[in-house]
Design a protein around this ligand. Structure first.
Ligand SMILES: [Zn+2]
Ligand SMILES: [Zn+2]
Length: 361
């Protein structure tokens, strides 16, 4: 308990938190979810399978990741103006309690909607990064937490936090000093044979610092929205991901994701999924296999497919590593050396390949 006390004390000193403040009413600041996304989320809420569901919410050039298992985890909550979308999304999934609310680092594109989440859901444990911050966004978040009697703390580095039997999460980079991307908590989630790594905005220096502790992963949430500051060759060689997810905004002013990062992912034959192109992404895992699909686009894509069923594609491109196959125009194609060409849909299926959930071949 020592670390909890220390960190809370530090926060109180930094922020000058005083007394109780009546909690702010939650107000919608921008249009909530699209009807299409709401429908897809509702379907998922009905469909609780007791396995692992991960949602990468499309909140623009910011992070918000929801892990739905027996225990619920929210990693970051977008920018300030994403809070209505996030709250509506979680409510549509019929979530009442977030067991672990994680703020990977104080930047506004990660801490923005956390105060609204705290005001709208029961919260178990609040985890924060080491270091300090004085921004208004961060202060709003910590005030909201303290008003609810919560004590944000830095997670212990070597502890496994079980979300259900055979599923745990663990944190890296818990002792970093500073106030920006360098303090980013890196979150690892292990479910039976599958491993997921969420890099927050960690940059190359942090990647190298934790490299020895990492293992092969099935899916990585790329660091810092696909910025060239992150996703080093060293990291990719160490974790050998099959799938990379980039959370970034359409036409964002930073130019995320940077081309050299995309090139590096392609060179390693990694399948890339992007919220700027595909919207909110949904991952399902049974601990052995995983599937990933774009939530709001799936209906649209299958409708398109129905209307053009007559014109069958001329060929399909398989990924030798992931055993998925794609349409030639899919933006998640593997590197050329990992490609196998099929003349027909049946050929691909007969050879044990499954259709990509994004391009829906
Ligand atoms: Zn950041
Ligand atoms: Zn960020």
């Amino acid at each position: 308990m020592k670390y909890i006390g220390k960190v809370l004390m530090m926060l109180l000193l930094i922020l000058g938190v005083s007394g109780c403040q009546s909690s702010r009413a939650y107000e919608a600041k921008q249009p909530p979810m699209s009807d299409q996304l709401a429908e897809a989320v509702n379907e998922d809420a009905e469909n609780t399978e007791g396995e692992l569901e991960i949602y990468f919410l499309d909140t623009g050039n910011s992070d918000c990741i929801f892990i739905n298992a027996e225990q619920k985890v929210l990693i970051d909550a977008g920018d300030n103006d994403d809070e209505s979308m996030i709250v509506d999304f979680l409510k549509a999934l019929k979530i009442e309690k977030i067991d672990y609310l994680v703020n990977t680092h104080p930047d506004a594109d990660h801490a923005g909607g956390l105060d609204a989440v705290i005001e709208n859901f029961a919260i178990g444990t609040v985890f924060i990064s080491n270091g300090s911050a004085e921004s208004k966004t961060y202060r709003d978040f910590v005030n909201a937490a303290v008003d609810r009697g919560l004590s944000p703390s830095v997670p212990l580095a070597d502890k496994l936090f079980y979300l259900q039997p055979e599923m745990f999460m663990r944190f890296y980079n818990t002792e970093a000093k500073g106030s920006g991307n360098e303090v980013s908590l890196i979150v690892e989630l292990v479910y039976k044979q599958q491993r997921f790594l969420f890099m927050s905005d960690a940059e190359k220096a942090q990647e190298l610092a934790v490299l020895d502790q990492l293992d092969d992963v099935d899916l990585v949430k790329i660091g810092h929205h696909g910025s060239r500051t992150s996703t080093s060759q060293e990291l990719l060689e160490r974790i050998k991901p099959e799938i990379a997810v980039i959370l970034c905004g359409k036409n964002n002013s930073y130019g995320h994701p940077h081309q050299e990062v995309l090139d590096r992912l392609t060179a390693y034959g990694i399948e890339v999924y992007r919220t700027d192109l595909q919207g909110t992404l949904h991952v399902h895992s049974d601990g052995v296999n995983l599937s990933i699909e774009a939530m709001a686009e799936s209906d649209k894509l299958s409708n398109d497919k129905d209307t053009s069923a007559a014109e069958e594609a001329e060929y399909y491109i398989g990924n030798l590593n992931s055993k998925k196959f794609h349409l030639a125009e899919c933006n998640s194609l593997p590197a050329e050396k990992n490609q196998i060409i099929f003349d027909s849909y049946e050929d691909a299926v007969n050879q044990g390949y499954t259709p990509c959930k994004v391009c829906n071949p």
